[in-house]
Design a protein around this ligand. Structure first.
Ligand code: SF4
Length: 734
């Protein structure tokens, strides 16, 4: 007889009859979990499981990774190229030959009529690194447009910009293992349990073992804030003020690490002079955090033997995004918290391969963190690719957020979107809709034919999804991991690498520039170009990466030849004194005056609008909106509103309401919760024709990243709930 828990029905795990498991890396977020995908005897991909020996996730996966196998046959996949002459006409299927010849012809026509830069390219953070490198070679070496960027401008551009300003190069200096060594962790605008669940699990494990202060700075009581020792509900967009006030206290109480500052940095006096203006009592009036708390947190942070800052979109998506990153780097530098176990300044990246595009896509420069502005870098790449270095522009062209206004003004006539969906993801989507209408030629290259931006395409190219291809991703902690091909591309879709190579052949029939036709061949080129660079991966190859379950860069050929295994790679950057990437090898301390330039609540639009992610969805839901086990938790757009604010407006829990800004309106279901203060509402950013109808998206002057999280709105009750429900469901395209 069975007693207690044994009397209940045990959890039954369905036997999927898997006969064959293939190694890959999860294709959603930048955590970089190692995953295995299982096929049954008929060759169908039917199961996913975490890889036990992989350091990143140690056998675990989050809700998205667990159902990764359901993506291969999900609805809406593109199956064949589609063409039409005018928007509004029905698409007609086309052969690849016809589609790519048409595309090459249109690129040539537009560039001949309006100049090389009149054809723009906006890519993504989701291709494999070998594909990013190849697209960069095609864009910079053959097409020659300087208006080429990635959608990472919506996501990590401020982190890139801040790292470059402080340290002289992009490249997150820390790693997940730092959680196991830190004595104090400050999380700025980062809701790990929902954004990066497996990184959160690593942090939680470290907290349970060692117990150190977890301090969360976020205007909303996020899931991470609920678990924090101290939550600082900062006023939106004022992080720089809090950072300056903390530095004010650190200098005033002589808590800085003078030896480290002396040996490794420049700019101390100018920084001290600026932060002298930010005494905590005055800072409180701007950032909303009281003097005692500022002093307490500054002391906890500066007195900890090792302390780390992590951040995500709460810092990056702001008109002060780049400054906010520099401010965190300033804090880390003045306390000697760079390059040591548990002491770091770590951006938690967004998309699975946002790092790969930063390193290799040539969007903002040239491969391997080389710069267009640097003569020697243009020479090196020109020689390697067999391209005249004079063909390269001498400075970066327009960022994604400037490309759309340039379409409006007629400067750009043609656009190629690669795995990105601006009609849902850009701020102020009513304006983006009108912008896309103006294009003479729009190519959408994506795995999903039903993604919203395809409404305005003249040509659709169906691409394979991640594990229908082979190549590498780089994760948040600089770990390169491999994706093996699990199954061939669906129907007539092709890998992005194949599409880029075919287009290169049409644009360069004499093959002046060569393009390896497989990922391993492309990786060989990257290895060679990485030698001696900060992100040196010359010791890696696909097989070694798989057997190591991922390797952090730098990992050099010399390390490999010396047999530095089995924990290869560089856990941390800037571990040796004076090895920063500015010409004097020092990091810069940069003063950050605060300029209050956001849209703010006023009498007409009295509430802050905050936006962010949900654990079950990824970006614009082209994938998770199709997976039942993800979609069922949040199938429709909703808005968090404080119960007191709701009572004042006569709004009840789960009623539909209209949210309005100066840009447009959206119908959402009101969810009453104390997670948001009385003067703020929160709407997840994943849904089509929803929150980005409202956002303004003022741009950071350094990174050009939009301030998605600081807009002003008002809420109106809706009388006819039945028709609002229909309207909300109609917007749910899947
Ligand atoms: Fe995939 Fe990110 Fe989830 Fe890991 S945490 S399984 S990488 S979505």
């Amino acid at each position: 007889m069975l007693f207690g828990r044994h009397r209940k029905n045990p959890v039954h795990i369905a036997d999927k009859q898997v006969t064959d498991w293939t190694y890959a890396t999860c294709g959603y977020c930048s955590t970089g979990c190692a995953i295995e995908l299982g096929k049954n005897a008929s060759g169908e991909v039917v199961a996913s499981r975490g890889v036990g020996g992989a350091d990143v996730n140690r056998g675990k996966l989050c809700l998205k990774g667990m159902y990764g196998h359901e993506l291969f046959n999900s609805p809406g996949r593109g199956e064949t190229p589609l063409m039409r002459q005018h928007i509004g006409q029905d698409f007609k299927p086309a052969s690849w030959n016809t589609a790519l010849n048409h595309m090459a012809g249109e690129i040539n026509r537009i560039q001949q009529d309006f100049g090389d830069d009149a054809f723009a390219i906006v890519s993504t953070g989701q291709l494999l690194t070998e594909e990013f490198y190849t697209l960069g070679k095609l864009a910079r070496g053959l097409i020659g447009t300087n208006n080429y960027d990635g959608n990472t401008t919506l996501c990590m551009a401020s982190a890139v910009s801040g790292y470059k300003r402080s340290f002289g190069s992009d490249g997150p200096p820390g790693c997940y293992e730092d959680f196991e060594h830190t004595d104090c962790l400050l999380a700025w605008g980062s809701n790990l349990p929902e954004q990066h669940p497996i990184i959160y699990w690593r942090l939680k494990e470290a907290l349970e073992k060692r117990g150190f202060p977890l301090i969360v700075i976020d205007p909303r009581v996020t899931m991470l804030a609920q678990f924090a020792d101290i939550h600082l509900p900062i006023r939106p967009g004022t992080d720089v003020v809090l950072q300056n006030a903390m530095m004010h206290v650190i200098f005033e109480e002589q808590l800085e690490d003078s030896d480290y500052i002396e040996a490794n940095t420049t700019g101390l006096e100018a920084l001290k002079e600026e932060v002298a203006n930010y005494d905590p009592a005055s800072a409180y009036k701007i950032c909303g955090i009281d003097e005692d708390t500022i002093r307490h947190v500054a002391r906890l942070y500066a007195n900890a033997p090792a302390a780390m800052n992590i951040w995500t979109m709460g810092i990056n998506q702001s008109t002060h995004g780049s400054d906010g990153v520099v401010g965190l780097n300033n804090l880390s530098l003045i306390t000697g918290n760079i390059g040591k176990p548990g002491g770091t300044s770590l951006s938690i990246t967004g998309q699975c391969n946002a790092m790969g595009t930063r390193e290799w896509s040539s969007c903002s420069g040239l491969p391997g963190y080389r710069q267009l502005e640097n003569d020697q870098h243009r020479e090196e790449i020109g020689k390697f690719w067999n391209v005249d270095p004079e063909f390269f522009p001498k400075k970066r062209g327009l960022c994604q957020t400037d490309i759309f206004p340039a379409i409006e003004t007629g400067q750009i006539k043609g656009l190629w979107l690669v795995a990105t969906n601006p009609l849902t993801s850009m701020p102020n989507t009513p304006r983006i809709r009108k912008t896309l209408e103006k294009l003479e030629f729009l190519v959408v290259q994506d795995a999903y034919a039903d993604m919203e931006s395809n409404q305005y395409a003249h040509l659709f190219l169906p691409a394979a999804i991640w594990a229908e291809k082979e190549g590498t991703f780089t994760n948040t902690e600089r770990r390169v991991n491999v994706v093996r091909q699990v199954t061939p591309p669906k129907a007539k879709s092709k890998s992005d690498l194949h599409i880029f190579n075919e287009l290169a052949t049409l644009l360069d029939p004499n093959k002046q520039v060569t393009f390896p036709d497989n990922a391993a061949g492309v990786f060989e080129e990257m290895r060679t170009l990485s030698e001696g660079r900060l992100m040196d991966l010359s010791g890696m190859d696909h097989d070694l990466i798989e057997s190591s379950r991922g390797i952090q860069w730098p990992y050099t050929a010399r390390q490999r030849d010396a047999g530095e295994m089995p924990l290869p790679g560089g856990k941390r950057l800037y571990t040796v004194a004076t090895n920063f990437c500015h010409s004097d090898k020092r990091a810069k301390l940069i003063p950050l005056p605060f300029i209050d330039n956001n849209e703010k609540p006023d009498a007409q639009f009295p509430l802050w609008l905050n936006t962010g992610r949900l654990v079950e969805h990824f970006h614009t839901r082209t994938r998770t909106g199709k997976v039942g086990n993800n979609n069922k938790f949040s199938p429709i757009p909703f808005m968090e509103i404080n119960p007191d604010a709701a009572a004042e407006l006569g709004i009840r829990h789960q009623e539909y309401v209209r949210c309005l800004s100066r840009r447009g309106d959206a119908v959402v279901m009101a969810m009453l919760t104390q997670r948001v203060p009385r003067n703020m509402v929160f709407i997840p950013f994943h849904y089509f024709d929803c929150v980005n109808r409202l956002t303004l998206g003022l741009l950071d002057p350094h990174s050009r990243q939009p301030a998605f999280k600081q807009s002003a709105v008002r809420i109106e009750p809706i009388e006819d709930q039945a028709s609002a429900a229909r309207q909300s469901k109609a917007l749910r395209t899947y």
